[in-house]
Design a protein. Structure first.
Length: 309
């Protein structure tokens, strides 16, 4: 079916109490894994593309890959710009067929964030495109960080309500203690669920949780076994139970990137180690694609989006 917007996908999730995965892609194999799994699981899905992924693949090529696969799929698919940092990038994506864009001005003071987000929202809404914005900063939250410093990086509930009202954004990415990458925590994960509940009670739009990969220990062990650095042994992600609690308390969009990278790299390293004579690129990449599909499928079940399309 034709691409839809993240707003449409997430409004249904908000209404019915589940979340939808936003899975990052940068090439054909990852996109196939995402949309094939969504079809098999009968799940709506958001295909995310970072600015660096767009640079890597080419904006027209990446748009064509996602659109062609989405049109063959019987489930709702949105093509989303993840962490767009400037107005120009957003406009390029809108012109090239993206149906959802994120403007991330979270490093700016509140007024600057509002101004840029509002500008993007006005243009995107004219084109029928949904807008995600971010308030708060996703940084590593470590055990020794004092409370005042930790709170300073998290989303303030009263500011969140004001931000949404002033910008008109459709989705708000909030900071409650997660971070990007494979090394999210030192010690036990600490997500601020009371803060999430308060934000959800004040904000009428859908909420997004970034930095939500689980960093599966079996996958990292496999990657290490076949040659990845030992540093991966200390990688730590968000536990499944924390994800369930986040959905229960008001999250509708969950971003996953690191888990796909780890699954692909572990499978690729294994096939290169066990089949050193193989020179067919397709046979080298296929195990990675299947490994990513397994991760995506498990996330769709965890998020509650399986069977919703």
């Amino acid at each position: 079916m034709p691409l839809t917007t993240s707003k449409q996908i997430l409004e249904a999730a908000k209404r019915d109490g589940y979340a939808v995965g936003a899975f990052n892609t940068s090439n054909l194999e990852v996109t196939q894994a995402i949309i094939e799994t969504a079809t098999e699981k009968r799940s709506p899905v958001i295909v995310s593309t970072s600015p660096s992924a767009i640079t890597y693949a080419g904006i027209e090529h990446l748009s064509t890959i996602v659109r062609s696969l989405a049109e063959e799929a019987p489930v709702p698919v949105a093509l989303h710009l993840d962490h767009g940092l400037d107005f120009e990038t957003v406009v390029k994506c809108i012109r090239n067929g993206w149906t959802s864009v994120m403007i991330d001005a979270s490093k700016e003071p509140f007024a600057g964030n509002v101004a840029l987000t509002k500008k993007v929202t006005e243009v995107a809404h004219l084109a029928g495109i949904s807008v995600e914005a971010e308030l708060g900063r996703l940084v590593g939250i470590e055990d020794q960080v004092v409370v005042s410093e930790r709170d300073a990086s998290l989303t303030d509930p009263s500011e969140a309500a004001r931000f949404v009202a002033e910008t008109g954004c459709d989705v708000l990415a909030i900071a409650i203690g997660t971070s990007h990458g494979a090394y999210k925590f030192k010690g036990e994960p600490k997500l601020d669920f009371p803060r999430l509940r308060e934000i959800a009670g004040r904000v009428p739009v859908s909420l997004a949780l970034h930095g939500a990969s689980g960093v599966n220990k079996e996958t990292t062990a496999k990657a290490i076994r076949y040659g990845a650095g030992e540093k991966l042994a200390s990688a730590a992600g968000v536990p499944d139970e924390a994800i369930r609690q986040a959905i229960k308390n008001g999250i509708q969009k969950i971003n996953i990137d690191t888990d796909l990278r780890l699954a692909f790299v572990a499978a690729l390293r294994e096939v290169l180690a066990l089949r050193p004579e193989e020179i067919d690129v397709r046979k080298l990449l296929q195990p990675g694609r299947e490994a990513m599909k397994a991760v995506i499928g498990s996330k769709m079940e965890l998020f509650g989006s399986a069977g919703r399309a």
